[in-house]
Design a binder for this molecule. Sequence first.
Ligand code: FAD
Length: 314
Amino acid sequence: MQNNYDVIIIGAGAAGLTAGIYLSRAKVKTLILNEGAVGGQMVLTHEIANYPGVENISGYELARNMKSQAQKFGCKIRSNIKITDIQLTEEIKQVTINNKETFTSDAVIISTGGKSRTIGAIGEDKFKGLGISYCATCDGDFFQDKEIIVVGGGNSALEEAVSLTKYASKVTVVHQFDHFQAFEHYVEEARNNPKINFKMDSEIVEFSGNEKLNAVRIRNKISGDISEMNIDGVFILIGYVPNTEMLRGIIELNGNNEIKVDNNMATNIPGVYAAGDSIAKRFRQVTTAVADGTIAALSCAEYVHNNKKEPLEV
Ligand SMILES: Cc1cc2nc3c(=O)[nH]c(=O)nc-3n(C[C@H](O)[C@H](O)[C@H](O)COP(=O)(O)OP(=O)(O)OC[C@H]3O[C@@H](n4cnc5c(N)ncnc54)[C@H](O)[C@@H]3O)c2cc1C
């Protein structure tokens, strides 16, 4: 494999693969480097029912299609690698993988995504996607007329608790403190909704079921009492962790460690762009990642063109 590219993309989720499709189709020499399997969070998703034009598809299949589309246009992809060194501030960017191979490029797109915060209770890993969800927009619709729990006490937990009452017959908000960390209007709206009730000072300590989740054990943090509750689904909405550890001190991040970008997906470093779930934004979906990846690719192609004065074929 050659070592010099026009653009290196870090992360092969929806954002990175989209950027790879656009850049390679525009004949911009592009390499995608990905830790783990190609597809990112898409491959954790059994069913995607809100990608426009595709009524129903497994996340794995959508990821596979994006990957082969990028490769068809000539995009190179290296997966299951570890980035061990990264130099972004000079005109020529350098990325070293596995402590032994170094790649250079004129520009870099960071699309390293992120992950939802977990509560770490017994059974949480086992029932992920089998009753436990971290995304109300993605999965709310699967809980029509079911009884569900929302874990959390911030803005998104309360906002989503209200929105989930469109589907669920009953929503119980389980929160670890006796007060919420949300705007008053979200709290009021949730309190006034007859389908929502609250378990304060409480935490889920165990998820159980057979093939799917059907019960949780909840501990009252003041009394220590444990109660059991039969439940069809649990939405854990306690925040998001972007995969930006390796960028700390290099690129400008906000207080949540999300990458700050402008409307062109440009970061504070010339020639470095970012896209998808790792950037500072409100809605994290495949469609928004794909949109960010498109904008980053087009901006990046223009940057490479201006640097090299080569024809732009986007
Ligand atoms: C269970 C679940 C269900 C979902 N359901 C839906 C749905 O139905 N509809 C919808 O629109 N959205 C859904 N989403 C959200 C959607 O999947 C994400 O918003 C979207 O896929 C994010 O894409 P991304 O490319 O920004 O990041 P990611 O998908 O997170 O991809 C980032 C990639 O970067 C790699 N990476 C991370 N760090 C490094 C590093 N240091 N070096 C190299 N590579 C790195 C990762 O391995 C990963 O492959 C769901 C998410 C989850 C978790």
